[in-house]
Design a protein around this ligand. Structure first.
Ligand code: AMP
Ligand code: ZN
Length: 496
């Protein structure tokens, strides 16, 4: 079974197969570890996980690289503001990112290189670009890519660059859609900023060169697939192509996959709109990690996903149905034999499921035959018509469904437990949904510890004359059924 996947570069569905006949070499842009990942980020990483799992299910070996961008404008600013090194700053969010991947059942790529471990490769690439006349140094010591040296610039994003200003420059890692400019490869050190002493001067790499250098280090000059969110098409991926191909004169990546953006309630997710969610936010609201995974993968990657809490509730129900059904099959006793109707239904479901995924990873269409099969099998079981051979055939279909969807096993307790532990340390217990507090057992030790942590936080807030926060905590506890009594011996709490 060969996957036909939309290729941004050619604008059509192309077959995705390893060009060396051995392993599919793919590079997916990883996170910039300056904050906790939001559900938009995870939509992209989950859809790449769907691709990865489908390739493995259909017998393709992988050499999958995902970088960690641990130096960029934002990391430098945040670390400086916190008065710590960029390594210390990014380590926290890198670890959080891996915890979140695990919570969502996202498999680890074979290689996870960090940008700051590959500075010499980036410098080498810039030197080669300079030698080819595609890079130049400015007076302050920074290096820029000369767009005019790469006439094919714009071939991925299909941008018309005729109005481009020759020699106009931009040194930001992320910049406006319409500014096709000479972009920074290397930024000269500013006083007090983290920098590296190298053959091209003291400074730090731009974001784009990081990915070109790491992709070629692990995958060679030319490889099978490059992936990321749709916002990366321009300028990031366009710039990666320009930098890499100007040196190698070979096609950098043959196939480009871009995941469309996630919206929340039909709008762009943003902190100021109040519709911005990290994975942790949703776990603290009491949603299961598996339901979040299913909600984020059930809309095919090339469609915009409109995330809603109704959608999350639907995913929660779907998971219940899957798990209850599997339980029914594995714990029930069935008479020997095969029912030809169910055998045919299982075979058809499997074929439809694989056909849908091989058609541009259509996860929505792939789900449907599985749930149809569950319905038919439940009816047959009710009527005593499901036999031992049918159970085995259906379990095989469920296993191949779960090889990609990854939600059947109940591993939800651990991510929730970890999120609560994190919330306690981060002073964010006030955000925990009341019913989750109850589910976690307010009467057990952890529940009591949680309440006491909040009470202590309130006492501290009062001491610091932060009465707004103190009142907010009193209100949050009240919502959880806990009342506070201020007495001369301190604060006492009790349940309503
Ligand atoms: P970043 O850490 O900002 O570099 O982003 C990591 C990945 O998440 C990139 O592949 C982005 O394209 C992707 N991404 C960012 N925002 C969204 C969103 N709202 N929906 C889907 N993917 C996103
Ligand atoms: Zn990248």
């Amino acid at each position: 079974m060969t996957l036909r996947l939309f290729n941004t570069l050619t604008g059509q569905l192309d077959e995705l197969v390893p060009s060396d006949g051995k392993a599919l070499r793919m590079y997916a842009c990883g996170p910039t570890v300056y904050d906790f990942g939001h559900i938009g980020n995870f939509r992209t990483f989950l859809q790449i996980d769907v691709l990865r799992r489908f390739l493995k299910l259909t017998g393709t070996s992988l050499r999958h690289v995902m970088n960690i961008t641990d130096v960029d404008d934002r990391i430098l600013h945040h670390a400086a503001a916190a008065g710590i090194t960029i390594g210390e700053y990014s380590a926290t969010f890198e670890q959080a990112f891996f915890e979140d991947l695990e919570a969502l059942g996202i498999e680890r790529p074979e290689f996870i290189p960090q940008a700051t471990d590959h500075i010499p490769r980036m410098v080498e690439l810039i030197q080669k670009l300079a030698a080819a006349g595609a890079a130049y140094q400015t007076e302050d010591g920074s290096w820029y890519f000369r767009l005019a040296a790469f006439p094919e610039y714009g071939k991925l994003s299909k941008k018309d660059l005729s109005g481009m200003e020759d020699g106009a420059r931009v040194d930001l890692d992320e910049y406006e859609k319409d500014s096709a400019r000479d972009f920074a490869l290397w930024k000269a050190a500013k006083p007090g900023e983290t920098s590296w002493e190298t053959a091209i001067g003291r400074g730090r790499p731009g974001w784009h060169i990081e990915c070109s250098a790491m992709a070629m280090e692990y995958l060679g000059e030319s490889f099978d697939l490059h992936a990321g969110g749709e916002d990366l098409i321009f300028p990031h991926h366009e710039n990666e192509i320009a930098q890499s191909e100007s040196v190698t004169h070979k096609t950098f990546a043959r196939h480009w996959m871009h995941v469309r953006f996630l919206l929340v309630d039909g709008r762009k997710m943003s902190k100021s709109e109040g519709n911005f969610y990290t994975l942790r936010d949703l776990l603290l609201k009491g949603y299961k990690a598996s339901a979040i995974r299913l909600a984020l993968i059930s809309v095919p990657y090339r469609h915009q996903l409109n995330f809603t809490f109704d959608g999350l509730a639907e995913a929660t129900n779907a998971i219940d149905r899957l798990r209850t059904f599997k339980q029914r099959l594995t714990s029930g006793s069935f008479a020997e034999g095969e029912n030809p109707v169910l055998q045919a239904a299982a075979q058809q479901a499997q074929a439809d499921y694989l056909a849908a995924l091989s058609n541009d990873l259509n996860t929505a269409e792939a789900r449907a035959p599985i749930f149809d099969l569950i319905r038919a099998a439940n009816t047959a079981t009710d009527q005593g018509q499901l036999l031992g051979g049918d159970r085995d055939a259906i379990l095989t279909v469920l296993a191949s469904f779960d090889a990609v969807f990854g939600v059947m096993e109940d591993r939800d307790a651990e991510p929730t437990r970890r999120a609560l532990e994190w919330a306690e340390k981060a002073g964010r217990l006030g955000e925990v949904a009341p019913d989750l507090m109850v589910r976690q057992g307010l009467t057990d030790e952890a529940g009591i510890a949680m309440i006491e942590a909040l009470v202590a936080e309130r006492t501290l807030a009062k001491r610091q004359r932060n009465f707004a926060r103190a009142d907010q905590i009193r209100k949050e506890l009240a919502e959880k059924g806990v009342v506070l009594e201020d007495s001369k011996d301190g604060v006492r709490w009790k349940r309503k």
